[in-house]
Ligand binder design. Structure first.
Ligand code: XMP
Length: 492
């Protein structure tokens, strides 16, 4: 505003809309929801079969939830209220989860007794073990069938007498198909992997191969491992490097206001120092998108829409999410950079509206915080089950680290100025069920618009503006709900 312009000019304000302000206009369609393809790109090099990310929050995403997200085709983004080393361990845990070659192999010693090895295998939950010498050279393999009936071997006999010593092994470059062929041919269930000196380097099991097949839509990197994301503070170059070395696929610059020029300088440096893709966020305007689009592998949108966020009431600043996504997508689409809509999504309908507004994928916190795989235990209040869910800008979460998300200095003598609350969310059960409802609802949205793919949906979808009467009409009304629906609760 020029200095001679009257302040009242500021009141000629543009309108900004959010989820409940709009609906998708139904269109002619031949697309059945089940046939709608939700494949998308979340950053330059990472594609997902399901356009959904779990939030980098300490009550939402740690390794267990990230593993399940990737198995179901989405992406889990690890929070950063942990040391960089702990984060590296969690990244490695996700990367190892569905590995063809198991590295953490339970082995037996030829001098152990049959009884000892039987107990050891039971404790470790495995039904067989390679037998190795002190240099890890494979001498044999022992399995439950070799020892359990104790027909020919006694309980106190040594493993070397009971083991099978003609071992079928494979080398490091073994594929799942090679391993299966070996297993069928020799009627075995596990194949030790060895180096050129016959030293054990890993193990491939039939059970592992079958488990991988169960997740045929899983999001995987080129080497077959599950994809994983991790949050880094805007100035945390060290954490970014450690996470990168641990094999993270996407780093998320985790900042409540990424249109801060110091944050952008630092994000640009981090991008130069890592191999992983770097998604920058959060932003909420066209200008912010323009400031990062030349180097970001993805842009994350959301200034204050989250269920536990108080940014807008505390700071008086923010952008209603549908408008924010559309502004950012205007810029990002011209540069072919993916957009992620982060926060405020309560229903599958909100998620697909965010895609119509220009997002390529959506990020959710509260939706997943109540699942079994999220950190924390189930609590019971007034006979109902809940799990804890707190904003990363809440006092509790900032005390545990990460206050720099809000560009706040830590000062022992001063109280934090929080921008989030600590809360509880209904317990929901397994993540796979929740994600199924979310994605199924998004596919329904694609069906109503007649789009078979996400890019087609983004192009074909149109919004109508909804009055508050229209919004009331959208929800279940004039009835008393007798049975809970798996995808709808009026007070979501
Ligand atoms: P939902 O609505 O899915 O939102 O629960 C999750 C997103 O909210 C953001 N987030 C916060 N925003 N104060 C904020 O203003 C907070 O304390 C806070 N914690 C998380 C974050 O972008 C997350 O993905």
């Amino acid at each position: 505003m020029a200095t001679d312009e009257p302040f009242s000019e500021k009141l000629r304000v543009p309108e900004a809309l959010t989820f409940d302000d709009v609906l998708l206009r139904p269109k002619e369609s031949r697309v059945e929801p089940d046939d709608a393809d939700t494949t998308t790109r979340v950053s330059t090099n990472v594609r997902l079969s399901v356009p959904v990310l779990s939030a980098a929050m300490d009550t939402v995403t740690e390794a267990d939830l990230a593993i399940e997200m990737a198995r179901q085709g989405g992406l889990g983004v690890l929070h950063r209220n942990m040391t960089p080393e702990e984060m590296a361990d969690q990244i490695e845990a996700v990367k190892r989860a569905d590995e063809l070659i198991i590295r953490d192999v339970v082995t037996a010693d030829p001098d152990q007794t049959v009884h000892e090895v039987d107990e050891m295998m039971e404790r470790a939950g495995v039904s067989g073990a390679p037998v190795v010498d002190e240099d890890d050279v494979v001498l044999g393999i022992i399995s439950g069938t070799d020892i359990r009936p104790y027909l020919e071997v006694g309980d106190r006999d040594e493993v070397r007498e009971a083991m099978t010593d003609e071992v079928i092994t494979a080398s490091e470059d073994v594929t799942a198909r090679d391993a299966l062929e070996l297993m069928y041919e020799h009627k075995i269930e596990r194949v030790p992997v060895v180096d050129e000196d016959d030293r054990l380097t890993g193990l491939v099991t039939m059970q592992g191969i079958l488990a991988r097949r169960e997740y045929d839509e899983a999001a995987r990197s080129d080497d077959g491992s599950l994809v994983v994301g991790a949050a880094v503070g805007p100035f945390e170059t060290d954490r970014a490097q450690i996470a990168d070395e641990a094999g993270v696929d996407v780093l998320f610059i985790d900042c409540a206001h990424a249109h801060n020029l110091n944050v952008i300088d630092s994000a640009r440096e981090i991008k130069q120092e890592v191999d992983a893709d770097v998604v920058v966020g959060n932003v909420g305007t066209r200008e912010a998108a323009e400031a990062v689009v030349d180097f970001a592998d993805g842009i994350k949108v959301g200034i204050g829409p989250g269920s536990i966020c108080t940014t807008r009431v505390v700071s008086g600043s923010g952008m209603p999410q549908i408008t924010a996504v559309a502004e950012v997508a205007d810029v990002a689409t011209r540069h072919d950079v993916p957009v992620i809509a982060d926060g405020g999504i309560r229903y599958s309908g909100d998620a697909i509206k965010a895609i119509a507004a220009g997002a390529d994928a959506v990020m959710l916190g509260s939706y997943f915080a109540g699942t079994d795989e999220a950190p924390g235990r189930v609590i019971t209040m007034n006979g109902k089950k809940y799990k804890q869910y707190r904003g990363m800008g809440s006092v509790g979460a900032m005390n545990d680290g990460g206050g720099d998300r809000y560009l706040k200095e830590e000062d022992e003598d001063e109280e934090f100025v929080p921008e989030g609350v600590e809360a509880a969310t209904p317990y929901k059960g397994p993540l796979a069920q929740e994600l199924h409802q979310l994605v199924g609802g998004m596919q329904s949205g694609m069906g109503y618009v007649g789009a078979e793919t996400i890019p087609e949906f983004k192009e074909r979808s149109e919004f109508v503006r909804v009055s508050s009467a229209g919004q009331t009409e959208s929800h279940a009304h004039d009835v008393v709900i007798t049975d809970e629906a798996p995808n709808y609760s009026p007070d979501s």
